[in-house]
Design a binder for this molecule. Structure first.
Ligand code: ADP
Length: 260
């Protein structure tokens, strides 16, 4: 009943989407936005209609990773026109609304309002999936989202380092508290394969996420290695192009997407 009530509310708000997937991490800088954007692009590659919403209002990095700028236009019917990326994928981010070097100070109600506006007042079109990049840390946005829309599930990204794993466990309990189903955990920056000698170096460690996932009874979706092409792609705003061109970077993302 609750689910149907939310679905009806979402329909009234004009959001037509079959499944909403949120990507969270607990800790910042672990590759959550990279994974969120990569999952969205991979779902699109497999033939779905996908939208990408950057709810990381404190540090919106989706525009940078995908090389997007500009201001969303307002349509005649007073709706927000998202910025389009490859394949016409609609993207909405706080990064389009504030200057890049400006700090945004959020009060709870403002945060709540802008998240709801991103969901309900953006012209997403008809989507199979809306992938939402969550802010790290506190549960405010998770709570707002869980009350606004039915969420099919969450993906938790972490690195193998103990500090990241601890925060990922907090994210698991936060998602459980707000009743967002957990699809599984991804271990990012898991080992570096040296192209010069073919050896793998576990710079941040390895395997911690799988262990914690088992302990917490959460599915383990897979690992993404430290990949210099991904880092350069992100810095140059070419993540979409590089994932489209580079089989080696794309393969783990596709495997993770298929495991969802
Ligand atoms: P978060 O959203 O968790 O803050 P980002 O996705 O913005 O993290 O990633 C942080 C930085 O790490 C970015 O510069 C990104 O390009 C880089 N990065 C993410 N994943 C990888 C990876 N597997 N290999 C190399 N660099 C990565």
């Amino acid at each position: 009943v609750e689910f149907r009530r939310m679905a009806a509310r979402m329909g009234q708000a004009g959001l037509k989407v079959k499944s909403v997937i949120v990507v969270g991490s607990g800790k910042g800088g672990v590759g959550k936005s990279t994974v969120a954007a990569s999952i969205a692009l991979s779902l699109q590659k497999f033939g779905s209609k996908v939208g990408l919403m950057d709810a990381d209002v404190y540090g919106p990095s989706i525009p940078q990773l995908l090389g997007l700028d500009g201001r969303p236009a307002i349509t005649e019917s007073k709706r927000i026109e998202p910025i389009k990326t490859v394949g016409g994928m609609p993207v909405m981010s706080m990064g389009f609304l504030v200057e890049p070097d400006q700090a945004v100070i959020w009060r709870g109600p403002m945060l709540h309002g802008s998240i709801n506006q991103f969901l309900g007042e953006t012209d997403w079109g008809e989507l199979d999936y809306l992938v939402i990049d969550m802010p790290p840390g506190t549960g405010d946005v998770a709570l707002t989202l869980s009350q606004a829309i039915p969420i099919a599930g969450s993906v938790i990204v972490c690195t193998p380092q103990e500090v990241a794993l601890l925060d990922a466990i907090k994210a698991i309990s936060m998602f459980r508290k707000v009743k967002i189903p957990i699809l599984g955990m991804v271990e990012n920056m898991s080992g570096f394969l040296c192209p010069d000698n073919g050896k793998t170096y576990d710079i941040f460690g390895r395997g911690g996420a799988r262990e914690r996932a088992e302990e917490k009874d959460v599915a383990f979706l897979g690992t993404l290695p430290i990949d210099i092409t991904l880092r350069i792609a992100g810095d140059e705003g070419r993540l979409a192009e590089v994932l489209a061109e580079n089989d080696q970077s794309r393969a783990p993302v596709d495997a993770i997407t298929k495991a969802l």
